[in-house]
Write a protein that binds this ligand. Sequence first.
Ligand SMILES: C[S@@+](CC[C@H](N)C(=O)[O-])C[C@H]1O[C@@H](n2cnc3c(N)ncnc32)[C@H](O)[C@@H]1O
Length: 301
Amino acid sequence: MTNTPPVCNYEGSDYQQSFWEQGGHEYEDRAEAIALKRMLPKNGKLMLELGAGAGRNTPRYTGFERIVLLDYSTTQLAQAQERLGRCDKYIYVAADIYRLPFLDRLFDSATMIRSLHHMADAPKALSQIRKVLQPNAILILEFANKLNLKSILRYWLGKQDWNPFTLEPVEFVKLNFDFHPKAIRNWLGELGFSIEKILTVSHFRLGLLKRLFSPKLLAALDGLFQPTGALWQFTPSVFLKAKVKGQSQNIETALNVIDLFKCPECGSGNMQDKKEHLLCPTCQARWAVNDGIFDFRNKMK
Ligand SMILES: C[S@@+](CC[C@H](N)C(=O)[O-])C[C@H]1O[C@@H](n2cnc3c(N)ncnc32)[C@H](O)[C@@H]1O
């Protein structure tokens, strides 16, 4: 087993319900929908959603033939399954972003929304993602911005000890990180991405404003301000659209699901479908398949 950074565990969490459905975040959800719409390709073949959670955003990826929902938590994926159903279009995969179980250069798009902020080693996570993307593929990445207006003011007023202007990530709660926009751009550049678009999101994430105005109105206003992300980024959330440099390829659409995977233990393809599990013919590792969820976190004993 390779040494990977710790995972922020959502197993058994009611995040979707407590944060999104009952937590007063309708404005943020609507604002994110606007940003996604502006960044998503009109169509595509195979999308990878990293840290998909309960599939809140998945129905927004309308133009894609197939979507792989990847999350470390099987309970989040089970909730996504309940929301989206079991059909050929959705493939549910429990795995660690640092140890992706996919063949190289497979996907023509990927999204990672509200998940990078759990990465203790963000460059490592991004390099794993880069490997499974085709040349010319699109990555839509949301990150929590340490250079946001509130943190700048708090720093200037002496109420916050960390400096929002420096490039290193800040861990404000265990396994929750804010990033500097320039650091993210640098990492993506080093990995061979070009930046296509930047949108700033959640300009009005303030309790008072959220009490005074409807989520719909705030999100519409947010939509007006989002393109200013091309000039500066001082919001708590930033969406970035990056493209892998290079010539695009044609993905084989008739791929069997099994043909997407490689063994995360030894890296070889040609996995064999044994119904209740997948078998790696090279290292003999077995990976469970439970209720339509492929589980690549730990090999079976
Ligand atoms: C804040 S939730 C976001 C869920 C969804 N993207 C959304 O915006 O509603 C973060 C998700 O990332 C997943 N996650 C955290 N670390 C992970 C890792 N190392 N590998 C795979 N998933 C991870 C968690 O299980 C959780 O479902």
